[in-house]
Design a protein around this ligand. Structure first.
Ligand code: SF4
Ligand code: FES
Length: 258
């Protein structure tokens, strides 16, 4: 395949970025999107030009670092895959592909296609630890009965890889799908109920402090999420937050509102 790539180039966080055009040839359908970028970079390096900087690690849909906006869609045109799992067969010979970093105030561009997603780390850190002992004198897993449906739902929520596609897809740059997945994975299990109140309050507070927008139920996040996290998670987070507010430190605020 012969393609035309329009790629966002930006020297650093302060610099003004722009889309630059790169023609590329010899791309095969079986290549992954990142392998296509490797081919481009090899060519740039051979010509003495600076390669395009992009984030990646596992290249198998696990780490969540390969976050690219491809033709306006986070992780590109395929469904339930990350950019590293996206195959070039999704494109046609002669196509023009626009490649940009994820756009959100809370995800500042570091260079070219790499953004700083440490806001997600801080949201998770705000959730704290669980007090259940998971080492040393670990108790038998079967001694705490967990309803099968809840176990499955918790497992599904834990599949979130923190890629940020939900934020990039949202017109409000809301991080509610991500935060709700991280809250849900614990909220559904008895072991996670012990700190559930503080967890919900602290994670939502940190999410707001980081400058993410609010959810307006558009649903773009769930369509673009490579791990199939759904809006049900957000509904669960809202429930957790509401009941935590009624019994936790915000209870005064709610009781004053009547
Ligand atoms: S909820 Fe989905 S889109 Fe958002 S960070 Fe997690 S895996 Fe990525
Ligand atoms: S490089 Fe790890 S998910 Fe894509």
């Amino acid at each position: 395949m012969k393609l035309t790539l329009k790629i966002w180039r930006q020297k650093n966080n302060k610099a003004k970025g722009e889309l630059k055009t790169y023609p590329i040839d010899g791309i095969e359908g079986d290549m992954s999107f990142l392998e296509m970028l490797d081919v481009l970079n090899e060519g740039l390096i051979n010509k003495g030009e600076e390669p395009v900087v992009f984030d990646h690690d596992c290249r198998e849909g696990i780490c969540g670092s390969c976050s690219l906006q491809i033709n306006g869609e986070p992780h590109g045109p395929d469904r339930l895959v990350t950019t590293c799992q996206l195959h070039m067969r999704m494109f046609n010979d002669g196509d023009t592909i626009v490649i940009e970093p994820f756009r959100a105030k809370a995800f500042p561009v570091i260079k070219d296609l790499v953004v700083d997603r440490s806001a997600f780390d801080r949201i998770q850190q705000a959730g704290g630890y669980i007090s259940v002992n998971t080492s040393g004198n670990t108790i038998d897993a079967n001694s705490i009965p967990v309803n099968k449906h809840d176990a499955d739902e918790s497992f599904n929520a834990a599949a979130c890889i923190g890629c940020g596609a939900c934020v990039a897809a949202c017109k409000n740059a809301s991080a509610m799908l991500f935060t709700s997945a991280k809250i849900s994975q614990f909220a559904l299990l008895p072991q996670g109920r012990i700190e559930a109140t503080e967890r919900a309050l602290n994670m939502v507070k940190q999410m707001d402090l980081e400058g993410f927008g609010n959810c307006t139920n558009t649903g773009a996040c769930e369509i673009e999420c490579p791990k199939g996290i759904t809006l049900v998670s957000i509904a669960r987070m809202n429930r957790e937050f509401m009941s935590a507010s009624l019994e936790g430190p915000l209870s005064n605020v709610w009781s004053k509102k009547g």
